[in-house]
Design a binder for this molecule. Sequence first.
Ligand code: 5GP
Length: 297
Amino acid sequence: MKRQSPNYGKIPPPVLSHEDRLKAGLKAVAARKKRALIKEQLASGKISYLQAIHSDSLDVNRMKVIDLLKAIPKVGEVRAKLIMERAGISLSRRIGGLGKNQLEKLEKEMLVNQVQTPLGKLIVISGPGGVGKSTISKELGKQPNIWVSISATTREPRAGEIDGVDYLFLTDEKFDSMVANGEFLEWAEFAGNRYGTPNEPVSRRRKNGQNVILEIEIAGARQIRKNEPGALLVFIAPPSMEELAGRLIERGTDDPARQAARLALAEVEMAASDEFDEVVINYQVEDTVASLVSLLS
Ligand code: 5GP
């Protein structure tokens, strides 16, 4: 009888052109670089293993769990293998392939082995409206270990604002029910609308070792001062009140009556600066961000 080759009937692998091979090669190099960077960040403590494990980056998800564990200071190969064995995870498993159960077991084993993730810091950025807090927070959010909290509000979205990205835009009823259920870390009324920081995402991120920024107004900052004594409160001040008035007008998101009301409020807000741990004058966004990053470290 005629014997068939083992590949008989199988679809042959695709033939890649030279250009495709080059592209694939470059992609692989970029992914390797990214994985090396993550290992470096783990080794220096810039990110925690929990953050890496819960990351939604594809490059991280393709990393082997064992390589991630080995990169953590004081873990090493022997301990990493032991932890994985105890958690019932095979050595070839990649981060993206971990199930919920395995993740829980891994976290438990890490605790048993005293690989603890220090609680991320809570940093409040406050100051008068128009001072540039949101631009500063957005820039800070690009740093590796910083997450900017997404507030809930009852105000209408402005042009270009996206629900779930800029704010969680809620109805009055939904806001009321979150207040009643104690779902806010703080909340306050500002210029006729309510604003609040949902508790759960903040505590989850901090537990994973991530530093969390709250960009909020003064009354909310006072609540954080009272309820979270370890938080760092930073007041962002304008170079002058004239400059602040100019920025509020340039912004063009409010009508003149509202602008005047916001400016009057800003005068009151400025008086609260000495309740804060730090005051940073926002001359240039890059310099302000650099000062805040150094405050964090
Ligand atoms: P805007 O309506 O201009 O986006 O924000 C108005 C004010 O509400 C700003 O001073 C902003 O910092 C503050 N704000 C935004 N989110 C929150 C929050 O979750 N809690 C508190 N207390 N204030 C917030």
